[in-house]
Design a protein around this ligand. Structure first.
Ligand SMILES: [Zn+2]
Length: 58
């Protein structure tokens, strides 16, 4: 299964989508993008929360 986190879904006017089959990778890519492009830092815990909210995955 391919996971993706789209920036647009979190309130940004931005076309970035972090995509991949590795959930850890997708979380890291998304976190890195938001930090670098939007100046907002998410902790690992927050990223996990975002991911779980979307995929309902523990
Ligand atoms: Zn973005």
């Amino acid at each position: 299964m391919t996971f993706e986190l789209a920036c647009r879904d979190y309130g940004y006017d931005c076309d970035f989508v972090a995509k991949g089959e590795d959930s850890g990778y997708v979380m890291r890519e998304f976190g890195k993008h938001v930090d670098e492009e939007h100046g907002l830092w998410y902790s690992d815990e927050s990223l996990k929360q975002i991911f779980q909210n979307k995929y309902n995955k523990k």
